[in-house]
Structure formats: C-alpha cells, structure tokens
Ligand binder design. Structure first.
Ligand SMILES: Nc1ncnc2c1ncn2[C@@H]1O[C@H](COP(=O)(O)OP(=O)(O)O)[C@@H](O)[C@H]1O
Ligand SMILES: [Mg+2]
Length: 470
C-alpha cells in the first residue's frame, strides 16, 4: 500500500483479471506468433488461419509491449465469426503480466447506474496501469517467542513478540490485529517472517536452519532458510502495478476498497480523478511510478452512439490513453444517436479517420475443420471422423459459430445413447433440433402470420383469417 505517498493503491487486485474471459474463447492461449520473425504460425496457441489479421495484431502487441505508444485506435472489421473477438483474446493472453487489458461489450455502456461517459471513463482508466515503486519498512527476522495474554472474556488480546537476527534481538508489543495475523499464518517460534510495517502484512519466509532438528515434526514441504543478519528493520523496494481506475475507486471516499470486489463502483467524482492524475504525475516526476498503457477492447463497437464516439475521440488525445481496439461486423449502417447519418462500420467519418482498419475474412473449409476440432478438444468431446466432417460442412454452409455450438449438443445426444464418441447421426439429430439462422428465417417466413409482429399484433387460431369468425 502506498500509504506513505498520501494516496492509496492496491497491490493484489490483479487476481480479478481473467474473470471476463468468455468460455467460447477458452481455447485461445495467445496469438500463435513466431516472436523473432513476427510471423503467425498456421495453427498455434489455439488460433488457426486469419494470418494477416494475426500479424497485424502482433504488431499492435509489440507497440503495447514497448509501452511508448498510446492513444492509437484499431478497428477489426469483418463478417460475424471471423475471429475478431478471438484475436483480441489472443492479444490479451500475450500481454505482459502487469499490462492491463479491459474488455467492454458496447451494450454495457447503456447502464442505468452510470452515465455513458462515466462508463467509458472507467473503461479507459481500467486500461492504464501505474507501476509503482515503493520503499517499505520491513521487520525481518526469526521468531524467538510469541506470548499472548488473553483477558478472561477473550475480547482484549495483547501480547509480545520476540524476534532476532544473528546480530540482535528485540521484543515488540502486539495488538489484536497482529495477533490474529500471526495465528492466521500459523507462525511459531523458529519461523523466519517478515512484517510490512505500514500494512501489518505478515509473510512466512520459512523455518530457520537452527530448527532443522524438528524436520520430522514439520513435514517434507518445509522450507528452511538462514536466520537473517544485521538490523531487524530493513527498507525494501517493492513494485506493483494497479490501474488508474483502482486508485480512483479506493480513494473516492464514498466507496473505498470493498467496491473493487463487488464491482459496484457507481460514479466517481471528477475532482477525485483530477487529484489522482496530479498525484500520479508527481510520482512519475519523482521516479516513483511509471505509466503502463494497456489495451481497451470495445466489442461490437457499432452499438456505441455518436456521443460515445465524440468522447473516445477526445479521450484518445489525453496524455494518459490506452491503445483502443474495436471490432465491428457492420458494413454501411446508421450511426446510433443520429437520425439517418450513415457510415462505414457504424463509425462517424471523423472518427474513422483516425483508426487503422484490420480486416478479417471468412474461413475456408479446412480452417473451419481445424477450429471445430480444437473446440471439441477444449470441450473434451470426442468426434468421429465423419461427425467432424459433417460439422465442418455445417460450419462452412451456415456459420462457424453455429457449427461449434452443435459440438456440445451432439455430445449430449451421444451421451443419451451412452456413446463416448459423437457419431454422424448425433450431429444430424442436433442439426434437426437446433436451427441455424437461415432455416430459422425460412421457418419464420412460413409462419409469419402467426408470429407477433412489430406492431404487437398477432393472429390467433389455426385456420387463417376465417377461423376467427367461427
Ligand atoms: N482463427 C481462429 N482460430 C481459432 N478459433 C477461432 C478463430 N476464429 C474464430 N474462432 C472461434 O470461433 C468462434 C467465433 O469467433 P469470434 O471471434 O467470436 O468471431 P467474431 O468476433 O468475429 O464475430 C469463437 O468461439 C472463436 O473463439
Ligand atoms: Mg465478436
């Protein structure tokens, strides 16, 4: 914690990352790029084909890794299920440990809890990391004795902790919080521990070698370490990366730490953000912090409206801006929030002007076959050769996504007849049970008069118009 810098940060929130990975892309482990030549491999890390777009993604990745170029916008444009989201996931997987990646589905903007610009601001600030170097005061040594006095009711705990290095020994007074911490970590005499003075965090480093006689009593996984020498109190440099948004949340008084975990952050006041920006700028000047521009991925970007685009346009020019990657499957469409202003990909012309466009193309039969078989492996479904061939054909003729959805359903049908391997008949059955888009449209057209129309009207009865008169 950066208590000594006046603004709090959180070091361990990184575990939250990855929660928004979607199961449909769980087979993707990276971009599948030969790093040295920056060339995509035909099939690697779960990605197949789409070589040009993957190469472009690798170049973007390189830019992000160098951390110098921010405020650029990239648009991935192509028909549905051509791997736009998949490639973005590949980028996310290949980013360094502490480089933030935020995924935003455009519809998330339209929430009742906060304004569109607030939601966008949060998404932008989640995508910018601040790598903070801090010196913290640590007490590091071997525990000689822990002595705890409990009052009769057990409510007031007090105690003393004796710690030593090879050169000195000191007795510390313990409060209730430290006592709880020690018992939670199961600290005993003979353990070598470190205590962060500002947060009270206790870390067990191992057992002291002088106690190696107790080996039998401790079990095989015990790590033995030397008793430290020198002073008990040391200054240590720790580095951790947090996003600007995390700093915002913790420092907005009404919300605080818990909001980070509940995700229930609400709107954050502009003054809080201004203060934090100033503070971060100060830290940078003093060499205490570095900015790590990350990636903001906005999926189905044509769902944004003209106000959002104006916001993004401006936000990209900010000094603290991430790289923004967007995906759209629209060609020429009306821009949301306008009456009839049309534009390519649903993006306003002035905004289009500043993005570089990466196209994605439909897959050929072979690539579809490979993707479906990777998905089957991922879902732990075994397909017979002809089942795979049929799924591939279906995938090619309808859509890749429909084809890969049939993997699970065919498997359920196979399980019903107690088979371990999906056969062609299971796929056929699944195909008749679940419609793809084209058949669904045909079905709807045939029964159009019976469906609820745009105006809410529907015909009842079975026999056409005459039936109602009877
Ligand atoms: N090149 C690829 N390699 C492996 N899987 C892919 C590839 N392209 C798409 N997929 C998978 O196919 C499905 C549809 O692709 P998706 O990325 O969602 O398409 P889009 O976002 O372009 O509509 C997803 O499950 C995705 O992971
Ligand atoms: Mg997508």
């Amino acid at each position: 914690m950066a208590a000594n810098l006046g603004i709090q940060t959180v070091g361990e929130a990184k575990e939250l990352r990855g929660l928004n990975l979607i199961a449909a892309h769980s087979h993707i482990r990276g971009l599948g790029i030969d790093i040295e030549r920056l060339e995509p491999r035909a099939s690697s890390q779960g990605l197949v084909g789409q070589l040009k777009a993957r190469k472009a993604a690798a170049v973007i990745l390189q830019m992000v890794k160098e951390g110098k170029i921010a405020g650029r916008a990239v648009l991935m444009a192509g028909p549905p299920s051509t791997g736009k989201t998949a490639i973005a996931m590949g980028i996310a997987q290949s980013l360094g440990q502490d480089v933030p990646f935020t995924m935003l589905a455009s519809s998330e903007i339209y929430s009742l809890e906060m304004s569109k610009t607030e939601a966008l601001t949060q998404a932008f600030r989640k995508s910018i990391g601040v790598r903070i170097k801090e010196e913290s005061e640590m007490i590091e040594g071997e525990v000689v004795e822990i002595q705890i006095d409990r009052s009769v009711t057990g409510a007031n705990k007090q105690g003393k902790l004796t710690m030593k290095t090879t050169d000195m020994e000191t007795i510390y007074d313990l409060g209730g919080k430290m006592i709880d911490g020690l018992s939670k970590e199961k600290v005993m005499a003979g353990d070598v521990i470190s205590i962060d003075k500002s947060t009270g965090k206790i870390t067990k480093l191992g057992r002291s070698y002088t106690r190696s006689r107790d080996y039998d009593a401790m079990g095989a996984d015990t790590k033995f370490v030397q008793c430290p020498d020198g002073e008990l109190q040391k200054r240590k440099e720790v580095v951790h990366t947090v996003s600007l948004h995390e700093i915002d949340v913790i420092n907005s008084r009404t919300q605080g730490f818990l909001a980070l975990f509940s995700g229930d952050t609400g709107e954050i006041r502009a003054e809080v953000r201004d203060q934090i920006n100033t503070k971060v700028a100060e830290w940078r000047e003093e060499g205490k912090a570095e900015i790590v521009p990350g990636v903001l991925f906005i999926d189905e970007v044509h769902m944004l409206d003209i106000e959002c685009f104006a916001y993004i346009n401006r936000a990209l020019e900010d000094e603290l801006a991430p790289i923004v990657i967007m995906a759209s499957n629209r060609a020429d469409t009306r821009i949301r929030g306008t009456d009839r202003q049309r534009s390519v990909h649903g993006l306003p012309v002035d905004f289009l002007d500043r993005v570089v466009i990466v196209p994605t193309y439909p897959y050929n039969q072979e690539e579809i076959g490979q993707i479906i078989s990777i998905r089957a492996q991922e879902e732990e479904v075994e397909l017979s050769a002809d089942a795979l061939a049929l799924l591939t054909k279906i995938g090619k003729e309808t859509s890749l996504r429909y084809g890969s959805h049939l993997i699970t359903t065919s498997n359920l049908i196979a399980a019903k007849r107690k088979a371990n391997v999906v056969a062609i008949q299971d796929v056929q059955k699944a195909y008749t049970l679940f419609y793809d888009q084209a058949r669904s449209v045909k079905f709807l057209q045939e029964y159009e008069s019976k469906m609820i129309g745009d105006d809410g009207a529907a015909e009842m009865g079975l026999g056409g118009p005459d039936a109602m008169e009877m």
